[in-house]
Design a protein around this ligand. Structure first.
Ligand SMILES: NC(=O)C1=CN([C@@H]2O[C@H](COP(=O)(O)OP(=O)(O)OC[C@H]3O[C@@H](n4cnc5c(N)ncnc54)[C@H](O)[C@@H]3O)[C@@H](O)[C@H]2O)[C@@H](O)CC1
Ligand SMILES: Nc1ncnc2c1ncn2[C@@H]1O[C@H](COP(=O)(O)OP(=O)(O)O)[C@@H](O)[C@H]1O
Ligand SMILES: [Mg+2]
Length: 281
């Protein structure tokens, strides 16, 4: 077991070369946000923009379009109901996030299956929220496709659904057995988040706390992981995932010194400043 620490950020977050452009910092596609949970995919998209993704496209329903463009005008939109647009967006992405606020309708199941089917080996896929619940009902879909660069970000209840391990019995040994079967990275979110990588020691997070217990906090994490994977290529992707998870909670911990609760939108707003500090040390 290794403890993730601030030192790791120095390995991952570097000053940007002068001769570079948005095309060098990752094309992120976020998929989710139904009528009830539009905020979830907006937070994911906004976190990706603020964590440095070069281009962010949000695939959501039309009902969320004006909110998306009001809150994060840097993000582009594709209509989740338009199959052709989704096919093209999936084709172009470097990193895909699926699940925040997606819901579990048959349309949501269809887009999840399509995403798995179209996934290319060069792409990263982050599966979160509703998509984890869909995955728990359709493990057979998952097992049929390339999985080496898939990252699951369940909280304990979502992991219970996916792994069938009750929360109280979620020990490292049991978790690892299921994670190895799935052949994916698992970021198990809780107080003391634990990250299970393929062929690597377990990484443990010792920052973060209950000031983070607000809806949307995990949705925000997906955007940070996506942006980091899209732009930082000097270390292994496992190290980049660890750094993203650390950034999310370390920044929340920093803000908690002067705030009783730390909201997802506060984390999002403070990401550029936090990342600059890490890149300068
Ligand atoms: N503003 C929004 O639009 C929001 C949308 N959300 C979306 O709502 C959908 C359902 O996700 P939920 O997670 O709310 O619902 P779930 O039904 O998957 O799980 C939530 C419940 O799990 C239990 N739980 C046990 N251990 C936990 C842990 N360590 N961390 C968190 N919960 C734990 C809690 O009792 C909690 O009420 C997802 O698609 C999600 O992305 C949520 O993120 C909330 C905010
Ligand atoms: N008590 C806590 N200690 C540490 N981290 C916490 C705590 N409560 C919540 N978090 C963090 O907040 C996030 C919550 O994720 P999740 O439940 O998926 O949120 P949502 O789905 O509402 O966006 C995770 O990163 C989790 O680690
Ligand atoms: Mg969540």
């Amino acid at each position: 077991m290794t403890e993730i620490n601030y030192q790791l950020l120095k390995e991952v977050i570097h000053s940007r070369p002068l001769e570079s452009h948005k095309g060098n910092y990752g094309r992120v596609l976020t998929i989710g946000g139904n009528l009830n949970f539009g905020g979830a995919i907006i937070m994911s998209s906004s976190a990706a923009v603020h964590a440095g993704a070069g281009l962010v496209t949000c695939a959501t329903y039309r009902e969320n379009l004006s909110a998306l463009h009001t809150i994060v005008p840097e993000a582009m939109f594709v209509d989740l109901a338009n199959d052709q647009q989704i096919t093209a967006a999936l084709e172009q992405a470097d990193v895909i996030v699926i699940g925040p606020g997606l819901g579990e309708s048959s349309a949501a199941e269809k887009i999840f299956k399509k995403t798995l089917t179209q996934l290319q080996s060069r792409q990263f896929l982050i599966i979160d929220g509703s998509a984890l619940t869909i995955l728990s009902h359709h493990q057979n879909w998952f097992k049929r496709f390339a999985k080496q660069k898939i990252i699951l970000t369940p909280h304990q209840m979502e992991w219970q659904r996916v792994s069938q391990i009750p929360i109280k019995k979620q020990t490292d040994t049991r978790n690892l057995a299921v994670q190895q079967e799935l052949q994916a990275t698992v970021v198990l979110k809780k107080f003391g988040t634990t990250i299970y990588h393929l062929n690597r020691t377990i990484a443990h997070l010792n920052v973060g706390g209950p000031y983070m217990a607000t809806g949307g906090m995990g949705d925000t994490l997906t955007g940070i992981i996506a942006a980091f994977l899209g732009q930082f290529h000097q270390t292994t992707y496992e190290t980049v995932v660890d750094a993203a998870v650390y950034t999310h909670s370390a920044l929340a911990q920093k803000l908690s010194a002067t705030n009783y609760v730390v909201l997802p939108s506060q984390i999002i707003k403070n990401l550029p400043n936090f990342m600059l500090s890490a890149s300068l040390v």
